[in-house]
Design a protein around this ligand. Structure first.
Ligand code: SAH
Ligand code: MG
Length: 198
């Protein structure tokens, strides 16, 4: 298992795949443990790195993870099989915005796919949260660029940073959720639905 994880870190490094930072995944694993999370939905599997580590947080957590890139999807399935986690991790090969999850509910939704679509992901998938569930989002600092706009060289990067800022504003203004922002890894948010009737 440890071997496979180290192999994945090297693969990600060589192939420029933005896997989660160590401190961020530690934070999420701790959250899964402490809150007895049973069902996780991940948007953006890449090669399965974060899904495999989340599955290692406890013995009974189950993960559904969505990836739209075929090569990464295949790599994720391969890595999950190598870790013997295929019974607890299901990889869905599709664009998350096209997936229909009717009938399923999750305790934790981890948003970690296209940074420009965060609001769309939140608005779509918040309906799949169990009561007391949480939405965690990664890369709110976008490799430090959100706080250092002067250093951004291309128009497309500027566009992504703008949309991350919009997402942060969206979370802050969302009356149904309480969101806390953490300066961990590349920046994480934790959004918890307010109790109805309170
Ligand atoms: N969670 C992974 C990293 C994910 S990187 C980890 O930490 O190990 C983001 C991934 O999201 C990329 O592989 C990209 O192909 C995928 N992605 C981007 N937009 C998507 C969408 N709309 N639906 C599904 N996957 C998407
Ligand atoms: Mg990420």
């Amino acid at each position: 298992m440890k071997e496979v994880i180290m192999e994945m870190e090297r693969y990600a490094d060589t192939n420029n795949i933005p896997i989660i930072e160590v401190d961020s995944i530690k934070f999420i694993m701790k959250y899964i443990k402490l809150n007895n999370v049973k069902k996780v939905l991940e948007i953006g599997s890449a090669i399965g790195y974060s899904a495999i580590l989340m599955a290692n947080a406890t013995q009974n957590v189950e993960i559904t993870t969505i990836e739209k890139d075929e090569k990464r999807y295949r790599e994720a399935v391969k890595n999950i099989n190598k870790c013997n986690l295929d019974k607890r991790i299901e990889v869905v090969y599709n664009d998350a915005l096209e997936v229909n999850l009717a009938g399923h509910k999750y305790d934790l939704i981890f948003i970690d796919a296209a940074k420009g679509s965060y609001i769309n992901f939140f608005e779509k998938f918040c309906h799949y949260l169990n009561p007391g569930g949480v939405i965690i989002t990664d890369n709110l600092k976008f490799h430090g660029l959100v706080n250092n706009k002067a250093s951004i060289k291309t128009k497309s990067l500027r566009g992504i940073v703008k949309r991350i800022e919009k997402y942060i504003e969206f979370l802050n203004n969302n009356k149904d959720y309480v969101t806390k922002f953490y300066d961990i890894g590349d920046g994480l948010s934790v959004s918890i639905k307010k109790n109805e009737g309170k």
